[in-house]
Ligand binder design. Structure first.
Ligand SMILES: [Fe+2]
Length: 296
């Protein structure tokens, strides 16, 4: 193996050391990286993706890449890369926490969990790091599942929750940020999606590991359970999962890449204080798995 694997120090995820992206990645190395990813769920590559080409070459080790349907967010010459920036382009989404304006805050979620074909995973590359803020966190929900008592595991097996496409984080029902006030939703058009139901526990089709499906931004209620009872169950599960015990927070440097398995993790963008600049680029691994059901 022409790389080393090191723990991140948080108990969640792993860091890949010594991988050389200046030359093509051999098939054996790709297979080995894929295996480590399945094992760890979250992989950190510090300072390695120095060009869009290296970012894409690394991303392809983990599957086919999506091309974003909205052309204006694609990076010119690299249709597999989208850029998320606080510089220009769209009016930013602004919220206030303790009356301080913050841009681009996206609390804990899994990508596209409000559909029946959630994204497989993604690789985020830091381009321009803000002087303050801008961190990203990940939660390994397989570790959170493993830490549940046998009674809890039995209690939630087969139960479903409803997930909606919620765009305003002030409308979240669970894991709400304290002292949060709405500013502006910006100028993006997000479209609309029908509500879906997912089981609270997923078994990973490749690793066989069980994980919790919670995505608090989108989490609305338990399906087929009185709201009060369902809310009490979900509040306890969300608190357990978001307690910090299963979390890795990345303090970015330029050209760092973090890869996550969207079928067993949640992530959170902490947001950037208004007036500071943050630019990241992202590739997304195609999810070909149909899961859950659309609710009538
Ligand atoms: Fe996301």
């Amino acid at each position: 193996m022409d790389f080393e694997v090191k723990p991140t120090g948080s108990g969640v995820g792993a860091e890949i050391i010594g991988l050389d992206l200046s030359r093509p990645i051999s098939e054996a190395t790709q297979r080995a990286l894929h295996g480590v990813w399945l094992e760890a769920g979250i992989l950190v590559f510090r300072g390695l993706a120095t060009t869009p080409e290296r970012h894409v070459a690394l991303s392809r080790c983990f599957g086919d890449l999506d091309v974003h349907p909205v052309e204006s967010v694609r990076l010119e010459g690299h249709p597999e890369i989208i850029e998320l920036t606080t510089r220009g382009r769209n009016t930013p989404i602004v919220h206030y926490i303790d009356e301080a304006p913050i841009v681009g805050r996206i609390p804990w979620h899994s990508d596209m969990i409000y559909t029946t074909q959630p994204c497989r995973g993604a690789l985020l590359r830091m381009i321009e790091r803000p002087a303050r803020g801008g961190e990203t966190g990940w939660i390994d929900t397989a570790a959170a599942y493993d830490a549940l008592s046998p009674a809890w595991k039995k209690r939630i097996e087969g139960l479903e929750a409803r997930f909606d496409f919620v765009t305003n984080i002030c409308d979240m029902r669970f894991a709400r940020t304290k002292n949060l006030r709405f500013g502006t939703m910006g100028s993006q058009d997000f479209g609309s999606f029908p509500p879906v139901a997912h089981t609270l526990v997923w078994t990973h089709p490749e690793s066989g590991r069980k994980s919790l499906v919670l995505s608090p931004i989108h989490l609305i209620e338990m399906v087929g359970m009185p709201r009060k009872e369902g809310d009490a169950l979900l509040e306890e599960l969300v608190e357990h999962t978001c307690s910090g015990r299963f979390t890795y927070v990345h303090d970015w440097q330029p050209n760092d890449v973090v890869l996550w398995d969207n079928w067993r993790t949640m992530h959170m963008a902490f947001g950037t204080p208004e007036g500071l600049h943050r630019v990241v680029q992202r590739t997304s691994i195609t999810g070909d798995r149909e899961v859950g059901r659309i609710l009538a």
